[in-house]
Design a protein around this ligand. Structure first.
Ligand code: SF4
Length: 345
């Protein structure tokens, strides 16, 4: 039986050499499970309409200064089928919470990709309903990214995170129960978030039926009510990532592009040195991606070139197996192992 790792307040505050050795331990845990490989996913952002009003996001419905868009299926299909970098094994289709875009863009795009490619397909489309989830699944998506954002219900309400905390958690469980591989995530470094709140994020991640989880540093979005709040400290964010990795060596944990906003001189690479094993190339067409306003209009876009430079600089290799295939195989093996241990009647 493997030893249970328990995150502590002391670990959240590590700096200097002790921090380095903590991060190294996390990277070694990832390496022991995955080798020196990272999964490579491309993201396309298909709509910036959103019915939610999260205080930390520029696409919140109250932001009236934003030109809203829905991408065209044909443009995205052409781009992803004929012009994606060869290292990409998975696609993530992402949007604000916009059920119309799910019907008009995501579903047709998933069907096209399923027919024309063997790419793994993830979606990050917010809290929908059981019917839409199963339509997405029937179309060929297998991974649902639904971040719980904030584990502390009072803060969840204060920051106006999507819907209600209870609903968000119920949907994560519903998705996992209906066969999705679910990846979640939380924000580190929000103003007013205590050490106990950060630890609660880690504990909630541990309890949920997840296959992966991300940690995003809080970045004050320029068109949000939190524009003047201080940015997250990258060290605290990376310490959460390392704790997550040591808690769950088998999870897929991304290095998120916001790490480069929190530390422009190499935050993303530090994520890779802290046990991350997923990188994301942004393939949203350039004419619309400026309006996918998570933080600021002048986005730091992780292109194929930047991703490869960072992966190579850290001595890592890109995985030839897709993330979707990895999880499918893992689930198959777990079922097989269970069948072997069941007593014969
Ligand atoms: S974080 Fe997501 S749900 Fe919240 S406002 Fe932004 S796009 Fe909408």
């Amino acid at each position: 039986m493997t030893e249970r790792f328990t995150p502590t307040v002391g670990l959240l505050h590590l700096r200097g050499e002790s921090q380095q050795s903590f991060h190294k331990k996390a990277a070694q845990a990832a390496e022991a499970r995955f080798g020196r490989k990272v999964f490579v996913r491309a993201v396309v952002e298909i709509s910036n309409f959103c019915r939610e009003n999260c205080a930390y996001c520029g696409m919140r419905r109250d932001n009236r200064n934003l030109s809203r868009f829905r991408a065209r299926h044909d443009d995205l299909a052409e781009l992803l089928i004929h012009h994606r970098p060869p290292i990409v094994t998975d696609i993530n289709i992402q949007a604000g919470e916009d059920p119309l875009a799910v019907r008009e863009v995501a579903l047709p795009l998933i069907r096209t990709l399923r027919r024309e490619t063997s790419l793994g397909i993830s979606v990050c489309l917010g809290t929908l309903n059981a019917e839409l989830y199963s339509e997405l699944q029937a179309a060929g998506a297998t991974i649902y990214i639904l971040k719980f954002e904030i584990a502390q219900p009072q803060l969840y309400r204060e920051f106006k995170a999507p819907g209600t905390f209870e609903q968000r958690i119920a949907h994560i469980r519903l998705l996992a129960d209906s066969g999705w591989f679910v990846s979640s995530g939380f924000i580190a470094g929000l103003q007013g978030q205590s050490d106990a709140d950060l630890l609660a994020n880690l504990e909630l991640a541990r309890e949920l039926p997840l296959s992966g989880c991300s940690v995003s540093p809080f970045i004050p979005g320029e068109e949000t009510p939190l524009a003047k709040h201080p940015m997250a400290n990258i060290d605290g964010t990376l310490n959460c990532m390392a704790a997550l990795r040591l808690m769950r060596p088998d999870w897929v944990i991304p290095s998120v592009s916001a790490l480069n906003l929190a530390e422009p001189s190499g935050g993303y690479r530090r994520g890779l040195r802290t046990g991350a094993n997923l990188v994301t190339i942004n393939m949203t067409p350039p004419d619309i991606r400026g309006n996918y306003l998570l933080y600021k209009r002048d986005r730091f876009i992780m292109t194929e070139e930047r991703i490869l430079a960072d992966v190579n600089a850290e001595g890592l290799k890109t995985s030839e197996q897709s993330l979707a295939e990895y999880w499918k195989t893992k689930r198959g093996n777990a079922k097989l192992a269970m069948a072997k241990t069941e007593p014969v009647q």
